[in-house]
Design a protein around this ligand. Structure first.
Ligand code: HEM
Length: 81
């Protein structure tokens, strides 16, 4: 939503471990996925994307191209790029 705060990729990079929160980006939006990491069906591989973009990883793991995954992601939205 346009009312969410705007962040830069540099801001997102600062969030790559649980004590700083874990942020990722997807399609121009920013997500705080800290509370999802332990729920991820693909285990801690999710941490490879910490502080950066999901796209390169999801290009490799096509299981994420689903409405269900998009719904999960939207729950964690905290901002836009
Ligand atoms: C599976 C969500 C990031 C690797 C899944 C599934 C969900 C999910 C819901 C189960 C899909 C299904 O079986 O229908 C997410 C979300 C992510 C994320 C919300 C980011 C916020 C990643 C990343 C990687 C990854 C960055 C790899 C670097 C995998 C793999 C599976 C999987 C390998 C398959 C696990 C299996 O079936 O054994 N993910 N994922 N995921 N994810 Fe992710």
């Amino acid at each position: 939503s346009y009312s969410l705060p705007q962040y830069t990729r540099e801001d997102v990079k600062k969030h790559k471990n649980p004590s700083d929160r874990i942020w990722v980006t997807y399609a121009g939006e920013v997500f705080d996925i800290t509370d999802f990491v332990d729920l991820h069906p693909g285990g801690n591989r999710i941490l490879l994307a910490a502080g950066g973009a999901l796209e390169p990883f999801w290009a490799l793991y096509g299981v994420h191209k689903s409405e269900h995954v998009m719904e999960i992601l939207q729950e964690y939205k905290v901002g836009v790029l």
